[in-house]
Ligand binder design. Structure first.
Ligand code: AMP
Ligand code: MG
Length: 486
């Protein structure tokens, strides 16, 4: 276990030089205090969880102090936002403080979000509000606990620095951890600004630091693209299987590592709705829940375009063609597990589609459905669950087919429950829960956000006394409008 002051830095991205990032010092926020810290994320840096109690902790993560070895820099990138190319984005309100090397030899980027203005701030104030910082913190640590690849969050600090959004709010900072902060938009930036040397330097950095196996291949950049396609197929399959809606799948918010990245107006589905649009600013529904699959492929095509600098377009096209079948296979596998099926059968895809169609016209809580399905033996579980479906005859027919599919499983209900509860969370990050703890935190009460974080860190466990966190949203919590403003 290490203390805060013994972290070891090795700032590989900073060493790429000024074409890639600009040195900027964090602008501290006033009277910082720790809102919440993640012991699991601290462990990635070998930090003793008790370090979060030190005064220095809030100081470091609110921009008041800096490690000697840190080299804070704002990264430049571009990207396609809502399908339109924006030639210059970049870290407008976040800084890469440096890369910490842990005892296992892993590099972890320390990214301080809300650290003040940078050359990439455009019209923005460089700040992040408490609301959005808490939302990213909760989601990062919760998705990780669900087994969904994601950037991580170490802590949130609150302050008395005022910031103006639709109303007066207060500035906060979030310390994000990721093995890399390189986005699809990094490649797009150097491709469209016609900087082939820098594009190559970026590619070599990504290959050697993050995809060393691809360097062994005959065509390393093609191998890299294939790997990114594969990782995204797996990632999006997890989002769709668990009802996660990202909300702003711009290519600058897509990580080259295939992890969930840059949390904005995200949501987990409460009642199942394939057409759900979680981003209030997304008028056309470009980033609706079901569109996440084709949009991921669209973003991969945008990345592929930048890689035409290195690879024949036909080979890239072929690799891109792997996305849908790989996604389908991952998704089927995850959904079979969620349904408690232990083997694969011909009609499984249709069985899953029929269930979702029945849910679509009803008001079925997507998370609680699967949890309840495993709670008791199929017959009893289905008898109880049918009440939520509008098309009762349709549900009965589905239930009969599902039961027939379960008949091959002779492991008994105990084993079935353990297996299903291991993949079907009891607790999910519902927007209304986030909203409640945000309102408390805005009043200076950090108890609720800490408790919610702790509950969501063990989403599959029964947690006696915490059942209220598994409840469906009350009427006011069903239609919360979450916008891009953060
Ligand atoms: P996002 O919607 O958070 O993915 O951000 C899109 C772009 O806007 C990125 O380049 C951000 O750095 C920048 N940005 C977002 N909010 C702010 C802000 N308050 N101040 C400066 N830049 C911002
Ligand atoms: Mg972004």
């Amino acid at each position: 276990m290490k203390s805060l002051t013994d972290l070891t830095f090795d700032n590989r991205f900073a060493r790429l030089g000024d074409a890639f990032s600009t040195e900027v010092l964090p602008e501290p926020i006033a009277e910082p205090r720790l809102v919440v810290a993640s012991p699991a994320a601290m462990a990635l840096l070998d930090l003793d969880p008790a370090e979060a109690e030190c005064e220095e902790f809030a100081q470091l993560f609110a921009g008041h102090k800096l490690w000697h070895e840190a080299e804070p820099r704002a990264m430049v990138y571009s990207g396609h936002q809502f399908g339109v190319y924006n030639p210059r984005l970049g870290d407008g309100r976040g800084l890469l403080l440096g890369e910490v090397v842990n005892a296992a030899g892993e590099h972890w980027d320390l990214h301080l979000n809300g650290a003040g203005q940078t050359p990439y701030s455009r019209m923005g104030d460089g700040r992040a509000v408490l609301r959005s910082s808490i939302r990213e913190f909760l989601a990062s640590e919760h998705l990780h606990a669900l087994g969904i690849p994601t950037s991580r969050a170490l802590c949130v600090t609150a302050s008395n620095t005022p910031v103006w959004r639709e109303k007066k709010e207060s500035a906060a900072m979030l310390l994000r951890l990721a093995r890399s902060h390189v986005r699809f938009g990094h490649f797009e930036y150097f491709y469209y600004t016609r900087q082939p040397e820098q594009l190559k330097q970026l590619g070599e950095h990504v290959l050697s630091c993050h995809f060393p196996d691809c360097l062994e291949q005959e065509q390393p950049y093609l191998a890299l693209f294939r790997e990114v396609v594969e990782r995204n197929a797996a990632l999006i399959a997890h989002w769709q299987a668990y009802g996660f809606c990202h909300g702003v799948m711009n290519s600058d918010n897509m990580s080259i590592l295939g992890i969930t990245f840059d949390y904005g107006p995200y949501a987990f589905l409460d009642d199942f709705d394939a057409n759900h649009i979680c981003n209030h600013s997304d008028d056309s529904g470009r980033y609706s829940f079901s569109n996440q699959v084709p949009i991921a492929q669209w973003n991969l095509a945008a990345l592929g375009q930048a890689l035409t600098a290195f690879v024949e377009i036909e080979a890239l096209r072929e690799a891109l063609g792997l996305f849908l079948p790989l996604y389908q296979a991952h998704y089927l596998d995850l959904m079979r597990r969620r349904l408690g099926l232990t083997d694969a059968a011909e009609g499984d895809e249709a069985l899953i589609q029929r269930l979702l169609q029945l849910m679509q016209g009803s008001a079925v809580d997507y998370t609680n459905f699967f949890r309840a399905l495993g709670d008791s033996a199929p017959e009893q579980a289905l008898a109880r669950l049918c009440e939520d479906f509008v098309d009762l005859a349709g549900f009965d027919a589905w239930a009969a087919d599902y039961q027939a599919r379960c008949a091959a499983d002779d492991g008994g209900q105990e084993a079935r429950r353990a297996r299903m509860h291991g993949v079907n969370p009891k607790y999910i990050l519902r927007n209304y829960l986030a909203q409640q703890v945000i309102e408390a935190a805005e009043q200076g009460d950090y108890g609720p956000v800490r408790e919610l974080h702790a509950v969501l860190s063990r989403p599959f466990d029964e947690q006696p006394g915490m059942e209220r966190y598994a409840e469906r949203p009350p009427e006011w919590g069903k239609h919360l409008a979450i916008s891009c403003s953060s």
